[in-house]
Structures are given as C-alpha cells and as structure tokens.
Design a binder for this molecule. Sequence first.
Ligand SMILES: [Fe+2]
Ligand SMILES: [Fe+2]
Length: 248
Amino acid sequence: MALSRTALLRASRHAAPMHDLLIAALCQPSRRCLSTTTGRHQAAPAPTQPKGAPGKRKPLTKEQRDFLASALRVNQAGELAATLIYTAQKTPIVRAHPHLRPLMEHMYDQEASHLKTFNALIAKHRVRPTALYPLWSLMATGLGWGTAVMGREAAMACTEAVETEIGGHYNSQIRTLLEMFEQWESEGYEVGDELRELVGTLRRIRDEELEHLDHAVEHDAKKAEPHWLLTGVIRAGCRGAIWASERI
Ligand SMILES: [Fe+2]
Ligand SMILES: [Fe+2]
C-alpha cells in the first residue's frame, strides 16, 4: 500500500533534527568540489588544523563522496524517467480526458524542473550519469505509454507507485545527509551553505513528488484494476532501477 504524503513527511521529520547540512563534497583530485564554504571551491582543511575548531569544515570521507555521487546520479536518472513517463502518458490521457490537461502539464513541468536541477548538479560536480540511461529511457517511455493506454486509473496508479518510491528515496537521502551533518556538528565542525542548499533542494523536490502522489490518489489511482498488481510491479521496478543506477 502506498505511504501517504503525511506519513512520509512524518518519517522524514522524525529522522533527524532539521538543520543544515550538506556539503562537502565530491572532492577528488579529478573533480570539482562541493565546497563547504559559500560560493567558492575550497581544498580540504590542512591536517594541522585542530579538530573541531570554530568555522572549520570536515573533509568528506571516500564513503561520503561516493554516497553524494551516487545520490546525484540516481536522482538525475529518476527525473529523466519521470519526464519520459509523463510525456508518454500525456497524449493518450488528454485525448480521452481533456480536463486532465492542466494536471498532466503541471506534473510534467515540475519533473522537467527537477531534471534541470540534477543535470546542472551532475555537470557541476562532474558526476557521471548512469550507464543505464538508454535502458531507463526505453522502459520509462514504455511504462508511461502502456499505463496511459490502459486508462486514466492505471496512469494514475503508475504515478502513485512511482512517487511513493521516489518520495521514500528522497527521504532516505535527506535522512542520511542530516545524520552526516549532525555528526559533524557534534564534533564541532560547521556545515557550509552549499550542502545546506542541497538538502533544501531535496526537500522541495520530495514535497513536489508527494504532491504528485496526492494528485494521483485524488484522481482514482486506487480504482485501477488490478491495483495491487500494477502498483506492486511498478514499485518493484522502481526499487530495482534505483539500486542499479546508484551503482552503474
Ligand atoms: Fe521529479
Ligand atoms: Fe514526480
């Protein structure tokens, strides 16, 4: 069963205190860094700096760099898939239900904005896109077209399933980042504005995904037949795509 927007938000809010976060970054010799200092790129602190000195930022570990790179990679892939799903759904759905045009266009516009955001972030930080891009493109278009042909309820069930998984996925990333920041702050380190901005971006996009989930349920996603099978298969596919895109 899909998690409600309220439940997802509650899970996120209980995950960790809401303060700031993000940064550090994808600092590797061949990469630009997500700086912990506003507006400029900064090398890791010199080893002679005292731990926890005021105003100091802790360098990212390799595990943290890998997490941030995989997070940007999978988010960019997911948003590409979302734009393709809505693009494929729009024509059949609007032809059969003209009153849904504003809703379909609204959701597509938000997905296009999300994709633009992550395109910029992976380019800025030189994160490679997933190698599975062509496969996800094909599958997303097929999923969008196939569910739209099945009817309005199936198309909305597709949105319900996808956004349930994506909402949980963004919550998981936010939770991990907040825990990272909390750890840094407990050690006396600061978190820079760039990472704070990244968490804000993830929260905004998560909220918009959950808005899509609400729209889908309001437009009879639960009436799709068979709802349990359709949403179950799509949600499993989303989880598999997320797992693969984080790694490949
Ligand atoms: Fe999105
Ligand atoms: Fe969405």
